[in-house]
Design a protein around this ligand. Structure first.
Ligand code: AHG
Ligand code: MN
Ligand code: MN
Length: 335
């Protein structure tokens, strides 16, 4: 069959062998994410029509006001994964602690843990700008048959078996990797089916876009400031063009397609940056590397960082390989 009309369902069946270690389990897991994404997509598309946006009145563990759709997306992904009995644990930006999923027979038989940012860029909902969902999947470390522990979640990103995101943009797309390249699927909303629209995605070695909230320039370190000056200098293919949506998924996705660098650095007010290692940086790093790009915290490969906390934050540089390397050179110079 050609790629032209291939659906996500067909792709999963045809590529079973690339779903490492899996006896169909990981394929079922991706299928559940596909289903939950469609439900969340349906709700997001109504956001401007019904009174569903706005803060839910709760503050999440990181002290941010939760939007109603954050809670909704969290519940849908959680319910779908729990009902289909395919994960043994879930960690989410919207949950203070990880959730143990023992299964209806209470035997803790499943092998995968999933971490997610159910709705990324949620402050953009009220202004009709793209949001996303990010997910990261690992095999559990503790023995099957026992409840998961924190150790199952605090694994370095290089242990990921799959990762991806859903971008709810002008179209809805699911992009994911199982460690065998990156593929993108676009939802046909009329029939509710994802089609393979972007097979074997690769990011350019270098690009012309830099994406960072440069308004905080005065709060950045010397290395970051010097790199930003470099981006704006007239020399060779520079100055670069600045693009920053404020939705990691949307900013990352654009740079993946066009070439570029995304940075959320440390600053005076955010000493570890803002983005969360486990369910924002690691999954994006896995996709970036699988597409031929790179991801670091400015000094170290993101996927080699050993996490110490569920909601840990790190500075994040990702995108075209040569651009990330260049940003690291400036960081090293002023370390
Ligand atoms: P979330 O909505 O899940 O909390 O994540 C928002 C993140 C990310 O999507 C984005 O790149 C970044 O926050 C934007 O932060 P600033 O407004 O500080 O630039
Ligand atoms: Mn986020
Ligand atoms: Mn979020």
């Amino acid at each position: 069959m050609t790629n032209k009309h291939k659906t996500l369902g067909e792709f999963i069946i045809e590529n079973q062998q690339s779903f490492q270690y899996s006896s169909g389990e990981l394929a079922r897991l991706i299928n559940s994410i596909r289903l939950a994404a469609k439900v969340v997509n349906h709700e997001i598309r109504k956001a401007g029509l019904v009174d569903i946006t706005g803060a839910a009145g709760e503050i999440n563990v990181q002290g941010e006001a939760q939007q109603k759709l954050d809670v909704y997306a969290n519940d849908i992904f959680k319910e779908t994964l729990i009902n289909r009995e395919i994960v043994c644990g879930i960690a989410s930006e919207e949950e203070d602690d990880f959730v143990i999923v023992e299964g209806s027979n209470k035997k803790n038989e499943n092998n995968y843990v999933l971490m997610m940012d159910p709705l990324d860029g949620s402050s953009n909902i009220d202004v009709n700008v793209s949001v996303g969902t990010i997910f990261s999947i690992y095999r559990r470390l503790t023995p099957t048959g026992t409840p998961v522990t924190i150790d199952d979640f605090l694994q370095p990103g290089r242990n990921q078996v799959a990762a991806g995101y859903v971008a709810y943009g002008t179209s809805t797309m699911m992009v994911f990797t199982t460690g065998d390249g990156v593929n993108g699927f676009t939802l046909n909303p009329a029939i509710g089916t994802f089609y393979l629209s972007h097979p074997n995605m690769k990011i350019k070695e270098t690009g012309k876009i830099y994406s960072i909230s440069e308004g905080y320039y005065a709060h950045f370190g010397k290395g970051m400031q010097a790199y930003l000056n470099y981006c704006k200098e007239e020399e060779g293919d520079r100055p670069y063009t600045a693009r920053y949506i404020g939705s990691l998924v949307a900013d990352f996705h654009r740079n993946l397609l066009k070439g570029g660098i995304y940075i959320y650095p440390r600053s005076k007010t955010a000493p570890n940056g803002k983005l969360r290692l486990l369910y924002e940086c690691n999954p994006m790093a896995f996709i970036a590397e699988q597409a031929g790009g790179k991801a670091s915290d400015g000094f170290t490969r993101v996927m080699d960082i050993v996490p110490t906390e569920l909601h840990q934050r790190i500075p994040f540089h990702t995108g075209s390989k040569q651009m990330v390397i260049k940003s690291e050179e400036f960081m090293a110079k002023y370390k």
